[in-house]
Design a protein around this ligand. Structure first.
Ligand code: GBH
Length: 488
């Protein structure tokens, strides 16, 4: 049966972390409770037309109030870690221009203490897309170098209040997605478009995504610098960044398509990781962008020494084919971008999909991509420790309204975990895996129409009900745990 024995879990390395991931805006609700300030996503989701079902995260799954119940669900599954994000606007409603909201500080104190009380390691992101709206209004958020000071101040407060108990810090969740969707395709806040990309009619500067990325990299660097110089020695934690990591499979064996896949990877992921680890943008980006790409200062490079991170967080769900459009003609489509060096991303090769499709238009099941992605990062970044900070499968409501039949999700997780294990066996230093997500939740532009949870949430009553995948993950983890216990 689908729940049946799982030999593979026992083969994961000792002390491997098994968790689930979440984020403040998608989970918490309580958007005006206890002095929280407004975030960019509060403003964006309240504008009619932005979210598929007209919904928003005002209530979401009310994790703000129900976190103790949710920790019981984590305990039932047997998680030894939980990844969540702090809402910046909840503890600093006006960024560094206002006071610290002590009610917000206490909320995460309570959450962290409750997790630790159950033996669940908090794995904490400082940002997961949401920032105080104040920073947008005052100086244009990530577009302004001023944001680095705000981020450093915020990070410092989090280390100071929580660092005695939090041993894993993430500065950013998917900054590549924020830069592209917020400042090129304009589908996430602050909804700025650039050039002739996608549906954008007007030209904001083509340079914006690169300016924003640069400010995020320098904000990350400032936070890591504070952690390393003021806290790390005493608190003994580690700090990293999470990238959205799509695997690009060359559509043919031609060297041009292989180079296109390499360009795609550089423009999507190495864009951030190269500067953070090596102190410079990838060569492909410099070649194509020239002066569109900002420079790093001497001060920044001085801080680099051991690479400005302790681990790489990988959100990996899917793979695409990459096809060269620099030397051959591609049909103009949403995947063809001048600033990304003219590669076409497509799920189709000879009219066959790269993998089974899902309820979301970007997610195809291609487990090999997990092994390839992890191996690629291992080789490029000298086997820096890695965590799979998200992996999961999106589904619609079943027409017959049965809620626990998510065998597709179980198959997806099984196959991706197997592929991950295969990379680990070949030497990749991967230390944890987080399923996205514990609960169904607010799925950004899709609102509540797409469900990623191991638990079903009834959005009328907020009742949580385990799906097959929750039971399967529990079984998988318990095999691992008992094998671990037998070893020692
Ligand atoms: C993650 O990425 C998020 O961190 C999380 O909050 C979210 O709920 C989860 O995944 C599930 O969606 O769009 O064709 O360029 C969020 C959205 C989807 C953005 C995949 C980047 C890459 C393929 N990401 N997308 S494409």
């Amino acid at each position: 049966t689908i729940l049946g024995a799982n030999s593979s879990s026992s083969a994961f390395p000792r002390n491997f972390l098994f968790g689930t991931a979440s984020s403040s805006y998608q989970f918490e609700g309580a958007y005006l409770t206890d002095g929280k300030g407004l975030s960019n996503w509060d403003i964006f989701s309240h504008k009619p037309g932005n979210i598929a079902d007209g919904s928003n995260g005002d209530i979401a799954v009310d994790h703000y109030h129900l976190y103790l119940d949710d920790i019981e669900l984590m305990e039932y599954i047997g998680l030894n870690t939980y990844r969540f994000s702090i809402s910046w606007a909840r503890i600093l409603p006006k960024g560094r221009f206002g006071t610290l909201n002590m009610a917000g500080i206490r909320h995460y104190d309570n959450l962290i203490n409750a997790l630790i009380g159950k033996g669940i390691q908090p794995f904490v992101s400082l940002t997961h897309y949401d920032i105080p709206q104040e920073l947008e209004d005052r100086y244009g958020g990530w577009l302004s170098p001023q944001v680095r000071q705000d981020f450093a101040y915020y990070a410092h407060i989090c280390f100071k209040y929580y660092g005695d108990r939090v041993k894993y810090w993430i500065t950013f969740n998917e900054p590549n997605v924020v830069a592209i969707r917020g400042y090129r395709s304009g589908i996430y806040p602050p909804a700025r478009c650039s050039g002739s990309y996608g549906n954008c009619s007007s030209g904001d500067s083509e340079r914006e995504p690169f300016i924003v990325a640069h400010n995020m990299i320098l904000s990350h660097a400032a936070a890591v610098d504070i952690y390393r110089t003021k806290y790390q020695e005493k608190q003994k934690g580690s700090i990293g960044i999470v990238m959205n990591a799509v695997w690009y499979e060359p559509i043919s064996n031609s060297s041009q398509d292989r180079l296109a896949a390499q360009r795609a990877q550089s423009f999507y992921m190495n864009w951030f990781l190269d500067p953070i680890i090596f102190g410079k943008y990838p060569e492909e980006m410099k070649d194509i962008l020239g002066s569109l790409l900002p420079d790093f200062s001497y001060d920044y490079l001085k801080k680099l020494k051991n690479g400005l991170l302790d681990f790489i967080g990988i959100n990996h769900y899917t793979s695409f084919y990459a096809k060269d459009c620099l030397h051959s003609t591609c049909e103009q489509g949403p995947g063809v971008s001048k600033t990304e060096g003219y590669y076409l991303r497509t799920a189709l090769k000879n009219n066959v999909l790269i993998g089974e499709s899902s309820a979301v238009d970007w997610l195809y099941v291609y487990p090999e991509g997990m092994e390839k992605m992890v191996t690629y990062l291992k080789n490029r970044y000298n086997n820096t420790p890695m965590f799979i900070t998200e992996n999961g499968f999106g589904m619609l409501n079943r027409p017959d309204s049965r809620i626990n039949y998510d065998d597709k999700r179980v198959e997806y997780m099984k196959s991706y975990l197997d592929a991950l294990l295969s990379a680990i066996r070949k030497g990749a230093d991967v230390r944890g895996y987080f399923a996205w997500s514990l609960l169904d939740n607010f799925e950004w532009l899709s609102g509540y129409t797409i469900r990623f949870g191991l638990y079903h949430v009834d959005y009328e009553t907020l009742t949580r009900t385990p799906k097959l995948s929750a039971k399967w993950y529990k079984q998988f983890i318990s095999n691992f745990t008992s094998f671990e216990a037998a070893k020692s």
